[in-house]
Design a protein around this ligand. Sequence first.
Ligand SMILES: Cc1cc2nc3c(=O)[nH]c(=O)nc-3n(C[C@H](O)[C@H](O)[C@H](O)COP(=O)(O)O)c2cc1C
Length: 405
Amino acid sequence: MSNNSKNIVLGICAGIAAYRMYDLINELKKLNHNVTVVLTHDAKNFVNELTLKVLSSNNVYSDMFDPKAQSKPMHIELADKADIVLVAPATADFVAKAAGGICDELLTSILIATKAKVYVAPAMNVNMWNHFTTQKNVETLVTKLGYTMIPPEDGDLACGYSGIGHIASNEKILNVILHKDSEAGLLSGKKVLITAGGTREQIDPVRYIGNKSSGKMGIAIADVAYDMGAEVVLVTTTPCDRPYQVIEVEAAQEMQEVVEAEFDNSDALIMAAAVSDFRPMVVSKQKIKKKNEDVTIELTRNPDILEIIGRIKKDHQIVIGFSAESENLEKNAKEKLVKKKIDMIIANDITNKDIGFSSDNNSVILLTKDGGKETLPRQPKVQIARYICNKLAEMFNNIKETRKV
Ligand SMILES: Cc1cc2nc3c(=O)[nH]c(=O)nc-3n(C[C@H](O)[C@H](O)[C@H](O)COP(=O)(O)O)c2cc1C
């Protein structure tokens, strides 16, 4: 295998679109990739094992309990071997099992065991796709497990319906899994530290002061930066399982300690976390008892992580902050950009219910220290993340160019 060839485990589920994988395997082989096909039990009704074996030049697997298997269980063997796991077509059933962590057969078990990047290309009837549980499960795969969805497309479906459910074209699938887009590798060689989620400031053993941040924006940035080749360290209050380093923290002071320690050998910091400005002066060791009188909790200032990092950052390091505002969006964000001595600030209006906290969409203004301003209208957070990471790559290039002069 050449340096660029990848071990691709292709999981095929029981849907009509399964036959399209014959061509996809051919394309992958032509590009010198090693494809190993794993069929779900029901997928055997839709494709021919011998054909898949010949096309892929590899054995085709579907049995968890194959007595001819090596001493290492087959699901672990295949999970470890994979550089990429692609599930196409993914059925509604598969998406539900994967979101629920069910390991009832070889393919679903590989998914749980693998540390490889996972891509999922669903295909199904439009009503199955739009069903609440399918949508919820897809969201879990993307936001909680970091899988990349190659969404189904609008069109005439084999079941006679018209609508979203058609598997993405083989060309689209290839482009996504092989990063044929122009962004691939834009951040390779760079270590990018990203924070996500809202901090929780302990009041007593059961209560805390928190905020509405879901962590979605920061996690989306981390995912995109990773896809663009960066070494990613995500410091988050929202737990998630990812193929890059994830450090879970809870309170602002904890986040500060981790960020300061990691920043020294990082090339960039993107502070997408909503860090509480205050914490209780005293944390009660016991649960505060209900009494017939009001309770006053005295608050003290938390460290301003961006300001601390802005002070210690070196010329080659880039620092990007977020500014969640409920009024005077641009003016307040500009002041923060200058005061914290950072390179770029991303401002969003948290009073707009359609965007920001917990939403999958956002709309932001990007302000740079050299006076640049860009407005990104309402769009999925993943797209905003893409834009930010491209901007970061551009900023690294500018530093390189300035150094040459
Ligand atoms: C003719 C036929 C076509 C089907 N096509 C699809 C499909 O495109 N997408 C889907 O989610 N389920 C489809 N199903 C239902 C799945 O085959 C069924 O849920 C199966 O148990 C899924 O198995 P798997 O997820 O283990 O592969 C189809 C069923 C039949 C009989």
